[in-house]
Design a protein around this ligand. Structure first.
Ligand SMILES: Cc1cc2nc3c(=O)[nH]c(=O)nc-3n(C[C@H](O)[C@H](O)[C@H](O)COP(=O)(O)OP(=O)(O)OC[C@H]3O[C@@H](n4cnc5c(N)ncnc54)[C@H](O)[C@@H]3O)c2cc1C
Length: 465
């Protein structure tokens, strides 16, 4: 069904109905025209921050009755227009849904836009944590589970979207539903990119946790040994981070001029929870053979979970936060890592691949429309540079295009928060969802038949078969 743009008349009508201001001044619209990636641009016709569920319902119902496009935005930290509206669209900014509610031993209710750090402030007091927390704890809970949610515990527990007990969702007709794993709407919203409804509350599952965390920082020059040790630690550790860092080796003469190149070092940070007795590295047998044990440290669980906060603050204070972020994550099998990693490390421009992260992920738990490469265990190959200046963006986008060409051809699936490209082919989504595409389209028609929930990355046209 064709959508119509929001007009001054629509905005005025909604303001009268809700008694609340809808922003349509140039300054406000400008603020919500970009996302963290800084690569996509789309100015909304209006921005509304509902303070209550009732106000949210009013605006959605009005949009649905009048076929007006709505884009749900948490903190806009995705990078490919996932939270940017199509022309004439309204941005539904969820920032006022930020409360943390009641908890019991196995789950906690939070508002959609509460941060993972606010959730942890409540649960750590009870020695409880979610099964998976992201590296950046300032992300919104609903924004993360609408994509998947990858973290250092993903090798064990999969993605954060797999550990949701229940959701409260406002559907396009303005109805509020509380749904759990028995409902197709629940499945649709997990990894659903804001396409099926607006999540207003989330019940996040919790587990008991140790008070302390010991981390071994291991360095490798041998890629195979690094992957072997990683596989061993997957049976023992509570958290794992793995990444490759370049050591500049010089600048080679190439057909396109001198190009810096590097030797790569491979790192593992393996962490173990404990209350009184921390583990020793020798507990894991003689097969563990790092080039160096670079460091070992003990800290509280809270200190461990917030370990990336200083890096994120540094990005903000140094101005890197304002740069463009052509981020790349692709979910691939172990075999693809083995066959492709050397090539990627040799060929990626170093201004783009300042580091290459490799996140092991368990795909054993259902996670809605989060799509992996179809194996029980896989990896996310991630390039999350701190930000690149404008002049270097084209080289980064070309690198992303080439990586997609190689990795998607081998069954890789893009993680849907990164930069996917500015001109996706008409069959991109059918290829991404594969056999789940029919279910995606059917559920879209069921819960949002007029296709009001859309973004510049993902609009209702994608559901046409
Ligand atoms: C510094 C940094 C660190 C990051 N670290 C991690 C990490 O450790 N692990 C990881 O998995 N990802 C990470 N990401 C990426 C992150 O997953 C995405 O940015 C993610 O979508 C959450 O961002 P957000 O909360 O701002 O949501 P947005 O970018 O605003 O929205 C993301 C998607 O969710 C939808 N959405 C948002 N709120 C709702 C709602 N209430 N109801 C329905 N749909 C909704 C939007 O429409 C959009 O499609 C990181 C990003 C940054 C910038």
């Amino acid at each position: 069904m064709p959508l119509s743009p929001w007009t001054a008349h629509h905005i005025e009508h909604c303001e009268q109905q809700t008694g609340l201001k809808i922003l349509s001044d140039e300054h406000s619209l400008g603020l919500f025209s970009v996302d963290f990636g800084g690569l996509a641009y789309s100015k909304p016709a209006a921005v509304f921050s509902p303070p209550t569920t009732q106000a949210l319902q009013h605006v959605i119902t009005y949009a649905d009755e009048n076929c007006l496009p709505v884009t749900v935005r948490a903190n806009g930290l995705s990078q490919s227009g996932q939270s940017l509206p199509i022309a004439g669209g309204l941005t539904l900014r969820m920032n006022l849904f930020d409360a943390v509610h009641e908890q019991n031993d196995s789950f906690i209710w939070v508002d959609a836009n509460a941060s993972w750090s606010a959730l942890l402030a409540a649960t750590l007091k009870e020695s409880r944590v979610p099964f998976v927390t992201p590296y950046n704890l300032n992300l919104s809970i609903a924004g993360l589970i609408s994509v998947g949610g990858v973290g250092a515990a993903s090798f064990k527990h999969g993605v954060a979207a797999s550990h949701v007990h229940a959701l409260e969702v406002a559907t396009a007709n303005g109805e509020i539903q509380q749904v759990d794993a028995t409902s197709p709407l629940f499945r649709a919203c997990l990894g659903g990119q804001g396409q099926f409804g607006v999540i207003t509350k989330v019940a996040v599952q919790l587990r008991p946790c140790g008070r302390q965390v010991r981390t071994f920082f291991l360095s490798y020059t041998d890629r195979e040994q690094w992957l072997k040790d990683l596989a061993v630690f997957k049976h023992h550790a509570d958290f794992i981070e793995a990444f490759c860092s370049p050591a500049l080796a010089g600048a080679k003469v190439t057909a396109t001029g001198r190009q810096p190149f590097a030797e790569w070092l491979f790192s593992l940070q393996v962490s173990f929870e404990y209350d009184s007795l921390p583990p020793e590295l020798t507990n894991f047998g003689n097969d563990i053979k790092p080039w160096k044990v670079s460091h070992c440290q003990d800290e509280t669980m809270e200190s461990y979970l917030f370990r990336h906060e200083p890096r994120i603050q540094a990005m903000k204070t140094s101005g890197q936060w304002e740069l463009q972020h052509p981020w790349y994550e692709c979910l691939v099998t172990h075999d693809v890592v083995v066959s492709e990693l050397d090539y990627l490390l040799r060929s990626l421009p170093l201004y783009f691949a300042t580091m290459v992260h490799l996140v092991p992920i368990s795909g054993r738990q259902p996670a809605g429309f989060f799509m992996g490469p179809g194996h029980a265990d896989f990896f996310s190959v991630m390039i999350l540079n701190p930000g690149v200046p404008h002049a270097l963006v084209p080289g980064c986008l070309e690198a992303i295009r080439k990586m997609d060409e190689r990795l998607l051809a081998k069954g890789g699936k893009r993680y849907l928060s990164g930069f996917l490209g500015s001109d996706l082919s008409p069959n991109y989504w059918a290829a991404h969802f594969g056999t789940d595409y029919t279910a995606w389209s059917t559920l879209k028609r069921r819960y949002d038949p007029k296709g009001i929930f859309c973004s510049i990355l993902c609009n209702h046209n994608m559901t046409e078969e």
